[in-house]
Design a protein around this ligand. Sequence first.
Ligand code: FAD
Length: 341
Amino acid sequence: MAAPKVAVVGAGVIGLSTALCIAETCPGCSVTVLSDQFSPNTTSDVAAGMLIPHTYPGTPIHVQKQWFKETFSYLFAISNSAEASEAGIHLVSGWQVFKNTPKEELPFWSDVVLGFRPMSEAELQKFPRHQFGQAFTTLKCDCPPYLLWLEKRLKATGVQMSTRKVTDLWELNSEYHVVVNCAGIGACQLVGDEKIFPVRGQVLKVHAPWVKNFIRDGDGLTYIYPGVHRVTLGGTREKENWSLSPDPGTTKDIFDRCCSLEPSLRGAQDIKVKVGLRPSRQCVRLQKEVLSQGGVKLLVVHNYGHGAGGFSVHRGTAKEAARLVGECIADLQGSSSRAKL
Ligand code: FAD
């Protein structure tokens, strides 16, 4: 058969990293990314990009841990290279603080991040309303630069990129052998998945260069994540809310909550407000599907539904999606050589 042609639908962190893994692991195939939006207009551009996993209740913990480990190692290597500043990847140390001691004192990812330990009494004095905390060093992606870096890598490996809204995966059948669905919340319409739902998140991006450590309330709702140029203040988690308009009341509430954790933020300047819809699901949909219409087959690999933790696991899920694409191509090559016999 001719060089296999693969279409990846979606250009957020999941689509771009999946396309890159396919190009790296299936060198003979031609890869095209098709998306109605590219950076800076994706949900991935809004994210804080911290590598702190969120648990997917429908996915075994050892699988989630493997995805996180692979992502952490990949980005750690970038953070230690001359690419780090262009890719927007850096190490960041800080604290996760709890008003009450959590049931599970050691999260599953505690031995993947660096130097995980309980906070000392002296550190806890900074947080008079909290009684327990964990200190560790993790990685942070500055999201728009990281997405642009991925796009640059894709172009350098010969991957095509095209702006296009796909209304039905079948419209790609005549042009491509395998279609990879990385449409994020767009999968709701694209494949009619009723298990995916938006969890609206509003964040502030502020200028506060003196803030160097991250602070995260253990409830996951209030967080302060310093990036290279701006600090992300969060946040909200509003299930089934599709609105992309910033809410001024929420902006004030986020700012007040963050100032109660880090009072120096009262001096923050140039406050910008961003909203994104987390593509949430009980588990990431990471699987092959053979669609069939009138005797014609379409090979699809799904990789979407990363909810609140897409950056934390993107490389791990991209590698698995690329492996599934490799299996589809092997099946196609097997059936085309059988047909010639
Ligand atoms: P998207 O970025 O939404 O990309 C989907 C792509 O598909 C887009 O390019 C879109 O245009 C395209 N598309 C959709 N439908 C179609 C179609 N029909 N035809 C063509 N193209 C289509 N995660 C972390 O790990 N750490 C964090 O600190 C973090 N913070 C966050 C903070 C906020 C406020 C939010 C909202 C999210 C945060 N997340 C975080 C979660 C993370 O942003 C997501 O898990 C991740 O961005 C999902 O990536 P994606 O590529 O699946 O989706």
